[in-house]
Design a protein around this ligand. Structure first.
Ligand code: IZC
Ligand code: ZN
Length: 423
């Protein structure tokens, strides 16, 4: 008799098993973004951390055997999604910036606060002063919060060090957390996050430092996969951003860009030009930028919790981007200034209401498209045989309930690499 696969874990009776399966060679675009591949009374079989079978509960029970140690999880008719993927965070920082909320209420803008030496620069002072152990402890706490809210993979940027030593320290913290915490982390070097105080009046000198000293060291130590730049008025110009991203690409890092967040500078166009994997923010992106991103397949990573926290009037034109064929992903942008939000459930709720994305599009944007935005679509982002067994059970009967009722953590169980890590 043929030997059937013996599963280590069976998840049965998902009222809606939202697989988000499809052709994962590329991110979902246009109408594909609303195709979720929902299986009624769905089930998943897992062996050694990997998904081995997906189907209805009946099919899975027919195809797979158990052993005495098999854990059987009954999802009780609830919604199951792939582990959520957060493709844009600034997780590693010391201190916090709650005082900026009051400054914003008094009418001070994000860039005005930065110009006055606050904002990112105040977090840089605190992060430089912090040791690795402190940063690991604080970021670990934030990661626990994210995991309990369904995030199982996250991108993390450096960018609050802004010296060679402190950027390396931050990336080493990310590496250490990737080893010790269940959430998988994807490291991005963001040395060009702000011009530090000691380079005030000499931004070109700082760009030289990033290109000539930091990039080579980061690549030599294998500390990052992506390189990002905060391309913004009064921060880094399009020319400076281009120089940094091309130098990074030459050294084997994949480009990303903070583009057209506050002022329309041509960041979307630059992303397409340099072959960036994603352009992020895009509240002020031009039509030309959208066209070029669609042509190049640049993923738009939208951060509506940031627009909300900045009390912005202009949200990114998500509908236009989806209609023009730009693949859209969503992220928290978790950071101490413009988005102290690390729940993708909250991001999903805001995205439906302010970006006018549908619940189905929003789910695609925090799973498979988010995985593509950080080069992890072969491993995570959908529930398919061969991928990591990262699964989230929500206290909901339909996937539409998730963005509808946001603000309460609806996660009931999180499975990471086939292990129940939250219940
Ligand atoms: O600390 O303000 N936008 N970088 C670019 C941020 C926001 C993070 C911060
Ligand atoms: Zn950011």
């Amino acid at each position: 008799m043929e030997n059937k696969t013996k599963a280590d874990l069976l998840l049965l009776h998902a009222g809606q098993l939202v697989t988000v399966a499809g052709d994962s060679a590329g991110p979902k675009r246009g109408a594909e973004m609303a195709q979720l591949g929902v299986i009624q009374d769905g089930a998943v079989a897992v062996k050694e951390g990997t998904i081995v079978y997906v189907g209805t509960t009946r099919e899975v029970l027919e195809q797979v055997e158990t052993h005495p140690g098999t854990r059987v999880v009954d999802a009780g008719g609830k919604v199951v999604l792939p582990g959520l993927v957060d493709p844009h965070t600034h997780l590693v920082f010391a201190g916090s910036r709650e005082h900026e909320l009051e400054l914003k209420l008094q009418g001070m803008g994000y860039l005005d606060i930065l110009k006055a030496g606050g904002g990112i620069l105040s977090t840089v002072r605190a992060t430089r002063a912090a040791g690795k152990a402190e940063l690991i402890k604080t970021a670990g706490k934030y990661l626990d919060q994210m995991l309990s809210q369904g995030t199982t993979t996250a991108e993390v940027k450096s960018g609050y060090g802004l010296t060679l030593e402190d950027e390396v320290k931050t990336l080493e913290v990310i590496r250490e957390l990737n080893r010790s915490h269940p959430i998988d982390l994807v490291p991005t070097f963001l040395g060009a996050h702000a011009v530090p105080e000691e380079y005030k009046g000499n931004p070109e000198g700082y760009v030289d430092l990033v290109v000539e000293a930091m990039l080579p060291a980061v690549v030599r130590e294998g500390l990052a996969e992506f390189c990002d730049v905060f391309c913004e008025e009064g921060v880094f110009s399009v020319e400076q951003s281009r120089r940094i991203l091309l130098a990074a690409k030459e050294r084997g890092l994949k480009p990303k860009i903070h583009a057209d967040e506050i002022v329309s500078l041509g960041g979307g166009e630059l992303a397409a030009e340099v072959g960036a994997v994603s352009a992020d923010h895009l509240m002020a992106v031009s039509d030309q930028g959208i066209e070029q991103m669609a042509q190049q397949g640049t993923i738009a990573v939208l951060l509506p919790a940031t627009t909300f926290c900045l009390m912005g009037k202009q949200y990114a034109p998500a509908r236009k981007m989806i209609e023009r064929g730009v693949p859209v992903a969503l992220a928290s942008d978790f950071n101490p200034g413009s988005s102290p939000v690390n729940s993708l459930q909250v991001v999903m709720g805001i995205a439906c209401r302010q970006l006018k994305m549908t619940p189905a599009e929003v789910i695609t944007a925090v799973t498979i498209n988010a995985a593509h935005a950080i080069g992890r679509a072969a491993e995570v982002g959908s529930i398919e045989a061969g991928k990591k067994a990262d699964l989230v059970v929500f206290d909901a009967l339909t996937y539409r309930y998730l963005p509808y009722r946001f603000g309460t953590n609806l996660v009931e169980m999180v499975i990471k690499n086939g292990q129940v890590v939250v219940e």
